[in-house]
Design a protein around this ligand. Structure first.
Ligand SMILES: *[C@@H]1O[C@H](CO)[C@@H](O)[C@H](O)[C@H]1NC(C)=O
Length: 467
């Protein structure tokens, strides 16, 4: 989500073949050692034969020799019909909130026949979209009079409205179930695409939406959210936002509670998104996280000096940790000096830069469609992804590199985040009970029984201040 505002402080938010061995070995307890050895032998032989006789064919199929390499449109169609293009960030749920107060069962919401905004049925299909992280976004709460951030503990409605964003995303996906398939894991995402559906996933666009509570975080995971952007355009209990630093504030990186948050995100299997955080928050998180991280919608700081974009050391460290950097389409970040001049070529430049610095295994696409008032020329809406891929091919990207960029990278990261969570949970790590130390606690004025001899004076005081 990016806000339509003239205030410069505003930051936009807005398969591989299975070998015989693998099949045999994965079947538990069916064979004796000698049978297993025999199977191993046959499997290995089969694999050798397959690699000698079949793999040239496989490779040829992958890179489609029948397609003229300079026919970029045909290559693009081939690649995007066999690998899902998965976008990291689309703000349609917030637009539905803004325009319709979450009411979609009416004549006004003409999703099927066309909308003026960036995303509708027709555009998604002509854009060959194969999967989408829908953003559950609620803005940072501001004081109406001063326009300052409200105190951290104040905005409990933020969590309510986040629940509404999750609810509308699920209802929207269910309402158009011939087009979408709701998923909460990477396996489902691949299957949805194989079944001709647009896999639909939920990401939350700000740690301020989590209610300062790791318990709430766990419940958001249970509701289906699979990434959280550590900050949006306000500091929160977890860390420093890029917007704070660009407004002259200090970059304090992650807080102590933010370190607990990173650990709990890893344990849950929720992807950590660093799209709006400060550079020190990026570096702290990359140092601490046991799982790869994502940027759901960002750009290269080397090309555009906006502080929410990732500098080269962060790009390299993200690659080192196996993560993915998904490039956004927001004009005023792509071309801070002349936003109106932004085009699809600027997006290509950012993708190319990340591919050169971090590698093709670590770049992807995260548009911010429907969350930004203006889009680059040539990338007006979700129907334009194929054009972006064609331009990357024109610049020299191979089909394999495009597959990684389009969807394989984010799916690999998601799988790895799932694996790390399984490992942490299998090791017996319990849910994290850490509390934000700025939390205020009150209880009702009732007089409950005492649990301990020293309860009086230690437990939560009543709201009148009586212990
Ligand atoms: C992944 O999601 C699908 C669809 O919701 C579900 O059936 C499956 O059990 C999930 N797999 C794992 C490993 O959680």
């Amino acid at each position: 989500m990016s806000s339509l505002s003239f205030n410069h402080n505003y930051f936009g938010c807005l398969g591989g073949a299975t070998t015989n061995q693998a099949l045999v070995l994965s079947r538990p307890g069916t064979s004796s050692t000698s049978r297993r050895t025999l199977f191993w032998g046959l499997g290995t032989l089969g694999a050798i034969i397959a690699s000698v006789f079949l793999s040239p064919l496989m490779i040829n199929q992958q890179s489609s020799p029948e397609i003229d390499p300079t026919d970029y449109a045909a290559r693009t169609r081939h690649v995007l019909s066999t690998t899902p293009l998965i976008d990291g960030h689309n703000d349609l749920p917030y637009l539905i909130r803004t325009e319709l107060k979450h009411q979609i069962y009416n004549d006004r919401f003409t999703f099927n026949t066309g909308l003026l905004s960036n995303t509708d049925r027709e555009k998604l299909r002509s854009g060959m979209v194969g999967g989408q992280f829908w953003s559950a976004y609620i803005h940072c709460p501001k004081d109406a009079a001063t326009k300052n951030d409200v105190p951290l503990e104040d905005p409990t409605w933020t969590l309510r409205d986040t629940l509404e964003q999750i609810d509308i995303t699920k209802r929207f996906v269910a309402e158009y179930s011939d087009l979408f398939h709701y998923c909460t894991n990477s396996t489902c995402a691949r299957e949805a695409f194989a079944n001709g559906k647009i896999g639909s996933f939920i990401g939350i666009e700000g740690g301020h939406q989590v209610g300062n509570s790791l318990a709430s975080l766990r419940q958001l995971y249970d509701l289906g959210a699979r990434y959280i952007t550590t900050t949006h355009n306000c500091d929160n209990v977890f860390g420093t936002a890029a917007s704070t630093v660009s407004a002259g504030g200090e970059d304090r990186g992650l807080t102590a509670f933010g370190e607990e948050y990173v650990a709990e995100m890893n344990r849950l299997g929720m992807m950590i998104d660093l799209s709006h955080v400060s550079h020190e928050t990026m570096r702290d998180t990359l140092r601490l996280s046991q799982a790869p991280i994502i940027f759901s919608h960002t750009g290269a700081y080397a090309l555009s000096k906006v502080l929410r974009f990732a500098p080269d050391d962060v790009l390299r460290e993200t690659a080192e940790k196996g993560g993915v950097v998904m490039i956004t389409f927001i004009n005023r970040f792509l071309r801070p000096d002349s936003p109106d001049a932004a085009t699809i070529h600027d997006v290509v430049d950012h993708i190319w830069h990340v591919a050169q610095v971090a590698g093709w295994d670590h770049v992807g696409v995260g548009s911010d469609f429907d969350g930004t008032p203006v889009t680059p020329r040539g990338l007006e809406d979700v129907s334009k992804y194929p054009r972006l891929v064609e331009l990357l091919m024109e610049r020299g990207a191979t089909d394999d590199q495009i597959r990684k960029f389009a969807g394989d990278n984010i799916l690999r990261v998601w799988e790895e985040v799932e694996r790390v969570a399984e490992r942490i949970q299998a090791s017996g790590t319990r849910p994290n009970e850490a509390l934000w130390d700025g939390r205020t606690w009150v209880r009702s004025e009732m007089s409950p029984p005492t649990m301990f001899r020293d309860s009086i004076g230690k437990r939560i005081p009543s709201y009148l201040g009586q212990p």
